[in-house]
Every structure is written in structure tokens, then in C-alpha cells.
Design a protein. Structure first.
Length: 409
């Protein structure tokens, strides 16, 4: 049902952008599933009080996270290194008790971060409702609990394992509509001197880069430091540090603690001030964002149709969940993009959600390189362009749509 009130504090929401009917971002499917393909009206809204951008309607979590979840974190070697560094920061910053520390991670997926704690024999628990990826984590020696996190689960963890020194999460807090219950759970699970560190795609980057493809079914929220501070303050916690990240096209790592438990670091004030300058607390900013999104769509469709008229062959590079929003919002189907290559076996041989473009193994890209490759995984551009330098050397060109629609190569 379409929400009129903010999930954080029940303040009124104003609609910002209507993306039309959208399928599940990770809903790769086979032709026999077409008649039952699920679509939902995807619109985002904003509350000037909570400063939280959010989907007005979201599919049930069980529709998105289950025993055949298509996203495996460890497909990116860059992200594997990123989470090794994240884990090292936690281990080396004096956040963990000397005796038997305990680390909890929400949405641990295939164990990409917790494997670093498992290797050092640090007590840990990953909360991961998607069973297939949780099983991958188990194979790496990561202890998991395959459930959705909530206050009740937090209490059960405290009962069975004690309170946590560190509560970690990456690219999952923004997925959880019942985030108020999660924050209450965190405040009960965390030791008095414990630390919360989580990161998610950052609203400031989405607005400045017009990266509207960060908006899809799973991302119920787009966070800013302003909205996170508001949310956690409502539950007795304090924002103590902010660490901008390059991952996922621009993310923010939020560091929080029980109120008064830790010193507030300098970046907090500076980044909050910068967000106010950018207008992340103002409705007008998002009205301008809508215009930028509409312009991006016009430019992209005109580029692709123009190339097609010239007889060029266009393929997609990486069947990301983000690409689902672009393809469906812009109405781009197999007539414009012949195939999308992807390294994830569970996606190969299927069709893209909604627009039904074939997803093929990566090798097809090498065998039949297109004239133009739409880089859907633009957030992994550095890693991909480095390994695909041969494609450009042979005359191939990249299409990117962020921060503006352009051809590279
Ligand atoms: N942390 C990983 C995975 C992000 S994908 C990374 O950054 O690469 C989001 C993950 O969170 C999925 O594996 C999904 O199954 C899980 N998830 C979704 N809702 C959750 C919830 N309520 N509690 C715990 N995990 C959840
Ligand atoms: P993400 O943008 O949500 O991280 O999804 C990444 C997707 O891109 C995932 O399906 C794997 C795919 N991928 C490739 O196919 N090749 C690559 O080189 C990289 C980095 C990702």
C-alpha cells in the first residue's frame, strides 16, 4: 500500500518521482515465469521533517530475499578488498574488547566481510535471510543465522551470545522497511561502549550524479547523514563519525554509538553542513532532481535509438539490479540492447526483469564484442575498464549514463 507517512517518524511524505510499474531489481526470470512476473508502482517520496528519501511502496521482503537471491557479494574482487579493509579498520581501531570480542553483521551475504573475522578466530554472527548466499558464507567458516533482523532477534542473540562490541552492515540498512525495529534492536544488542558501523549508497552522490538507478525495489531508503542522525537520535544513539566511500558509485559509512559514549569526530559537523548547502533537507532539491532524471532518460533513449539506426550493435555489461530501473523506466528492451553479459551463474540463461533482455555468460562479450557496451556496473568502472582495455583497443566503446549520458572510448 502506498505510504503517506514516513517510516521513521510518521511525518508526511511528498511524492518526488514516479518511475511507473517496476519489476524486482534482481528478478531475473525464464519465459515460463512471464505470466506471473511481479510488478509494483515505484515512486519515491521525501519528508522535510525526517529528511528521509524513501519508496512509497515496497514489495514484501520475502519476495526479494529468499533461497535463490541472485546477488553474490564476492563477484567483485574490488569489493572483496574493500571489505577486508573495513574489517581491518574494526579490528585495529580499538573497538573490540580484548577478551572474547563479539561482532555481528547484518546482511553478511556470502561472508565477504565476516570471513576476515572468521580467519582471525574472532567471535561473530552474520544475519542473512537469503539462504543460498548464507550457505556460501558457512562454507567459508562464517557463522550465520538465516533470519530477518528485528528487536526480537536482537534479544535472542543477546541471550545466546551476549552483547556485541561491533554491529556492522553494508548495503543492507537501506533495504529494511522496518528500520525502526532494527535500530531499537541495535541499541539493545550493542554493549555500552560498542560501535555501529554501516555503509550504504549516499543520497548526496545520487543527487549530484543523477544516479537514479540506485532507486529500486530493495532500496527502500536513500540515506544522508542528516536523516541517519535524526533516526538514531530518536533511539538514544549518536552519530560519531562519517567516512565517505567510493563504493557503489558513492557511499557513506556511518559510525554511531550510544549517546555520550564516544567522542564525536570532526567530519560529522562538516558533512552535515555540506548536506545543508546541497539542500538535502529541502523539497526543492528533489524537484530539481526529478527534472535531471527526466533529462537523463531523454538523452539516453535518443543516444541508443540513434546508434541503432546507424546499425550499431549494443550490449549491456553486467546485469545489475540497478539496470532494472534504467531499462524499465526508459523502456529499453532487446530491440536496443541485444544481450547483457554477467559473470554470475544464477543470472545467466535468464532474462532481465521486465524488459526481458537475455542475460548471457561473460564469454559472449569476448567472442562477440558489441560496437557499444552499456556499462550498467558503472560503480565498478575502474575495475572493469582496467580489465577490458583490450575491448577499447579493438575499437569498442562504452556507454555510461552517470554523471551524464556519454560515450567513452
Ligand atoms: N553486505 C553485502 C550484501 C549486500 S546485499 C554487500 O555489501 O555486498 C543485501 C543483503 O542483505 C542480502 O544478502 C539480503 O539477503 C540481506 N538482507 C535483506 N534484508 C535483511 C534483514 N532484514 N536483515 C538481515 N539481512 C537482510
Ligand atoms: P552490483 O552493481 O550490485 O555490485 O552488481 C554487480 C553485478 O555485476 C553482478 O551481477 C556481477 C556483475 N559483474 C560482472 O558481470 N563483471 C564484473 O567485472 C563485475 C565487477 C561485476
Amino acid at each position: 500500500m502506498k505510504r503517506q507517512l514516513c517510516r521513521i517518524d510518521e511525518s508526511p511524505l511528498t511524492e518526488i518521482i514516479d518511475f511507473g510499474m517496476q519489476p524486482l531489481g534482481n528478478g531475473f526470470l525464464e519465459p515460463h515465469n512471464f505470466p506471473n512476473e511481479y510488478f509494483f508502482p515505484m515512486e519515491i517520496g521525501f519528508s522535510e521533517k525526517s529528511m528521509m528519501v524513501q519508496l512509497l511502496e515496497q514489495p514484501e521482503p520475502e519476495k526479494m530475499f529468499h533461497d535463490h537471491y541472485a546477488f553474490y557479494s564476492s563477484t567483485s574482487s574490488f569489493m572483496t578488498r574493500h571489505f577486508k579493509d573495513f574489517a581491518s579498520q574494526v579490528m585495529d581501531s580499538g573497538y573490540l574488547a580484548e577478551k572474547a570480542p563479539f561482532v555481528v553483521e547484518l546482511g553478511c551475504n556470502d561472508g565477504i566481510m565476516l570471513q576476515n573475522f572468521a580467519e582471525r578466530n574472532i567471535r561473530h554472527l552474520g544475519i542473512e535471510p537469503s539462504l543460498n548466499v548464507a550457505q556460501e558464507a558457512n562454507k567459508k567458516g562464517v557463522a550465520t543465522c538465516s533470519e530477518f533482523f528485528s528487536e526480537d532477534l536482537a534479544d535472542a542473540i543477546v541471550r545466546d551470545h551476549g552483547q556485541a562490541d561491533a554491529f556492522l552492515a553494508a548495503n543492507v540498512m537501506c533495504h529494511i522497511p522496518g528500520i525502526v525495529s532494527v535500530v531499537k534492536g541495535i541499541s539493545r544488542l550493542l554493549k555500552p561502549g560498542g560501535i555501529v558501523m554501516f555503509e550504504d549508497p549516499y543520497l548526496g552522490d545520487v543527487v549530484s550524479k543523477t544516479s537514479y538507478d540506485q532507486i529500486y525495489d530493495e532500496h527502500v531508503f536513500l540515506f544522508s547523514a542528516l536523516s541517519i542522525r535524526h533516526l538514531f537520535e530518536m533511539h538514544g544513539m549518536e552519530l560519531v563519525d562519517l567516512q565517505p566511500q567510493k563504493t557503489h558509485g558513492g557511499s557513506m559509512r556511518y559510525v554511531l554509538a550510544h549517546r555520550g559514549a564516544r567522542e564525536v569526530k570532526k567530519p560529522v559537523e562538516a558533512i552535515l553542513a555540506r548536506e545543508k548547502e546541497q539542500g538535502l533537507d529541502q523539497l526543492e532539491t528533489f524537484q530539481q532532481f526529478r527534472k535531471n532524471v527526466e533529462r537523463s532518460r531523454e538523452q539516453l533513449v535518443s543516444l541508443l535509438t540513434g546508434l541503432k539506426r546507424e546499425g550499431k550493435k549494443i550490449a549491456g555489461y553486467a546485469a545489475t539490479s540497478k539496470s532494472t530501473t534504467i531499462l524499465n523506466y526508459c523502456g529499453i528492451g532487446p530491440d536496443l540492447i541485444e544481450y547483457i553479459c554477467d559473470t554470475t551463474p544464477i543470472k545467466q540463461g535468464k532474462l532481465s526483469p521486465g524488459m526481458h533482455i537475455p542475460v548471457v555468460p561473460y564469454e559472449r562479450f569476448e567472442k562477440e564484442p558489441p560496437d557499444y557496451a552499456f556499462l550498467f556496473a558503472w560503480n565498478h568502472a575502474e575495475e572493469i575498464m582496467a580489465k577490458e582495455s583490450g575491448y577499447v583497443a579493438a575499437g569498442g566503446k562504452w556507454i555510461v549514463h552517470v554523471p551524464e549520458v556519454k560515450v567513452i572510448g
